[in-house]
Design a protein around this ligand. Structure first.
Ligand code: GLN
Length: 230
């Protein structure tokens, strides 16, 4: 399914996170290395970042590798908090820019890597798209990100086939869950990267175990098992 990436730390250019790494999201859009579901991520992409506290997004329903305008501008976009994704649409889901992560409530940028039966999601606020990820994002925003772990355990309990890897950030915190798919972390001196798969062969990458919550703040990284884990 999709591949996502988050950065919290010193300002970096969007290109240096997404386009330049040898196995970054650009390469993952056509040749992911660890993807368990789907072969490539050609159904759209999104790059979100905080700019003086304001969440800004650039999203598309086209393959990332074909976007010359983004490649031209991304080196000039710089931020200390970035959430980006490339998308492999689940069968039956719409392909439109608003179905590409990151989704936002104005405070958080959020990406979902996985699948969930929309019928098990309680109706909340207005979702940006009918795609399962946008409906799930609306539920997570309505419950509040401080309840992310509880929301994921609840949804996972209602849909045992769900895969619920979430990545969200608000400029000063970054949260992620692993529930059915891969997630890796790299901690350079100036920040933290969370990514569905390593964007290079740096030996510093560590794999986050399944069914965990990751919480990144200025003071470090906290890893908590999600209740209901087997
Ligand atoms: N189900 C979501 C979609 O269709 C996410 C898919 C994914 O993780 N590849 O966009």
């Amino acid at each position: 399914m999709c591949r996502h990436l988050g950065w919290l730390g010193a300002p970096r250019s969007v290109a240096s996170l997404i386009l330049d790494p040898p196995q970054g999201l650009l390469v993952q859009s056509y040749a992911p290395r660890r993807q368990k579901h789907g072969l490539m991520n050609a159904d759209g992409w999104g790059a979100g970042f905080f700019d003086d506290g304001v969440a800004r997004r650039w999203r598309s329903d086209k393959p990332l590798w074909g976007d010359a305008s983004f490649a031209s501008v991304a080196p000039a976009l710089s931020s200390g908090c970035v959430v980006a994704a490339v998308r492999s649409a689940t069968i039956g889901m719409p392909i439109e820019p608003s179905a590409s992560a990151p989704f936002t409530d104005g405070q958080w940028l959020l990406s979902h890597n996985g699948i969930v039966d929309r019928a098990v999601l309680p109706l909340t606020g207005v979702a940006e798209s009918t795609v399962d990820s946008a409906v799930l994002a609306a539920l997570i925003f309505a419950r509040g990100l401080d309840s992310l772990a509880d929301t994921i355990v609840e949804v996972g309990g209602r849909d045992p086939n769900a895969r619920l890897n979430i990545l969200a950030a608000n400029g000063s915190r970054m949260l992620a869950t692993t529930w059915g798919d891969t997630l890796s972390m790299l901690k350079p001196a100036d920040g933290v990267v969370l990514a569905s798969e390593p964007y290079d062969d740096d030996p510093g990458w560590t794999d986050i175990p399944d069914r965990h919550l990751v919480h990144v703040t200025d003071s470090g990284v906290e890893l908590t098992p999600l209740k209901g884990s087997v």
